[in-house]
Design a protein around this ligand. Structure first.
Ligand code: H2U
Length: 351
């Protein structure tokens, strides 16, 4: 072991994600390696406001013949190519531990955020973003009674596999508790049993005290690059009001959330002067039969996983060591938070 004093921005180390029990390897010394990557000029928005061939646009007939209404705010429809269906036969039960199988049912919806194809959340007004949040809540209210897990998620940008540039998200409602939130539920519950407090409520308090990883802060919401972040500019948007699910937000919490989303996504776009790709989604207490059961261990939060590393086109790939061993990053979460804090969150580079 070296006698040198440990410096987090110099020396490699591992950090634990207490939500998943997974470790991430942090190698900040690799930031010093020579880099002659390109500097890019900010991207322009080349998309038309309306594209009569885009099946998500208002008034357009989708390939299945159904015509979209001429919507003026949000618009939700059942996915024409859903991953989850109702009314399918259950697989036969297997007693073989090597061939376990279980039923999966559900429904999938597509939600357009706005009638214009050439806008995105950071370019929308906070009132328009509030309308998106209210529709998330309507959808959640409708689906939560029947389904154990309602996953609201946005894939933004082709880098994240998004198939359509029109601003939209997806909602998948599942009859089962999917692996990632189930793992979180187990770890959050174990922490609560030991400490008698919710893990993420404690985490928010610690981050507010430490002030090392904060990106956006207001009385209702905190955005941090988590201590255990795997992706270079991953963030977590956490409720400061002990909310359990998205449908228990008050009007002022919704309005503040709209401002928070606008500020965070503006910062993201301004970081590399591009429409910043990411996958994001909401996690809260499970629903369906779980409603009314003990959910004290949960705190509502969203997670943003953006793939970009150095510029609008240079992305991080979770391959090699990451795929075979565990997640690894070079830039420390504190350095990433500093970069996001320093970049303008009020004025978008296209304005
Ligand atoms: P993504 O861009 O995140 O893949 O979402 C677009 C979704 O829209 C996708 O799941 C659905 C696709 O199945 N879709 C329809 O339901 N109908 C269409 O006519 C086009 C796309």
């Amino acid at each position: 072991m070296s006698k040198e004093e440990f410096v987090a921005t110099e020396h490699q180390h591992r950090r634990l994600n207490p939500l998943t029990g997974q470790w991430v390897l942090v190698c900040p010394h690799r930031m010093k390696r020579p880099w002659s990557g390109q500097q890019e000029s900010p991207q322009k928005n080349e998309l038309p406001e309306f594209d009569p061939t885009n099946p998500l646009c208002p008034g357009v007939a989708r390939p299945n013949g159904v015509k979209n209404p001429v919507y003026e705010s949000t618009f939700v429809f059942t996915n024409d190519f859903p991953a989850l269906l109702e009314g399918v036969p259950d697989p036969p039960v297997s007693s073989d531990p090597l061939f376990q199988v279980a039923p999966a049912r559900g429904t999938c919806r597509v939600m357009c955020f706005h009638p214009k194809s050439n806008t995105t959340l950071p370019l929308m007004s906070s009132t328009e973003i509030s309308a998106v949040i209210k529709e998330w809540i309507n959808q959640y209210n409708d689906l939560q009674k029947k389904y154990t897990w309602v996953q609201i998620f946005e894939n933004k940008g082709s880098a994240m596999g998004c198939s359509n540039p029109h601003p939209h998200c997806q909602i998948w409602a599942c009859s089962f508790f999917p692996s990632e939130p189930k793992l979180k539920d187990t770890n959050l519950r174990a922490y609560y049993q030991q400490h008698k407090r919710a893990l993420l409520d404690d985490y928010v308090q610690r981050e507010l005290t430490k002030e090392e990883r904060i990106v956006v802060k207001n009385p209702d919401w905190l955005v941090v690059v988590p201590y255990w972040a795997s992706w270079p500019f991953e963030t977590m948007l956490i409720s400061r009001n002990k909310n359990k699910r998205i449908n228990d937000l008050t009007k002022s919490q919704i309005d503040n959330l709209a401002l928070t989303i606008k500020e965070l996504t503006t910062k993201y776009d301004n970081l590399f002067g591009c429409s910043f790709p990411y996958s994001m989604g909401w996690h809260g207490a499970p629903t369906g039969d779980e409603i009314g059961k003990d959910d004290a261990h949960w705190t509502l939060h969203a997670i943003y996983y953006p793939p970009l590393l150095r510029s609008a086109t240079i992305r991080k790939f979770m391959v090699g060591f990451e795929l075979l061993c565990q997640a690894q990053r070079d830039l420390t979460p504190e350095q990433a938070a500093q970069r996001l804090r320093d970049v303008d969150g009020k004025k978008h580079y296209l304005h």
